[in-house]
Design a protein around this ligand. Structure first.
Ligand SMILES: [Zn+2]
Length: 117
């Protein structure tokens, strides 16, 4: 194995660790955004309903479906989020370990593991 490969390995392992942190904050941002949008859509539904009380409420129902979509997205992102929580990812082989796994080396490939922050 050449020096270049070793350097590559080290930078890959650092990338994996910050990747999990970046993914977590990215997911949190997306969830917050969807929640905000749901509030806005709810306001819009109320306004449409008020302005068109005797209408067929088609537009409102479409917006209700939009909220359902967003809620599904949030639920799936929350699932992703909890799967990232308390997880250490081996930068070498991608194996995932519970945070309670305190060994300094990957149990799968033996690579050095950094503490997940
Ligand atoms: Zn490994």
């Amino acid at each position: 194995m050449g020096l270049f490969d070793k350097v590559n390995q080290v930078s890959r392992s650092m990338t994996e660790n910050s990747k999990s942190a970046a993914e977590t904050s990215n997911l949190k941002k997306k969830i917050a955004y969807e929640k905000e949008r749901i509030q806005e859509v709810l306001t819009e539904i109320g306004k449409l309903f008020y302005e068109n009380q005797n209408g067929d409420h088609k537009a409102e129902l479409e917006l209700c479906a939009d909220i359902d979509d967003r809620r599904r997205r949030i639920a799936s992102m929350q699932g992703d989020l909890s799967s990232l929580k308390g997880i250490r990812i081996c930068g070498q082989c991608g194996a995932r370990f519970d945070d309670k796994y305190t060994f300094g080396f990957c149990g799968n490939c033996g690579a050095k593991l950094n503490r997940a922050e």
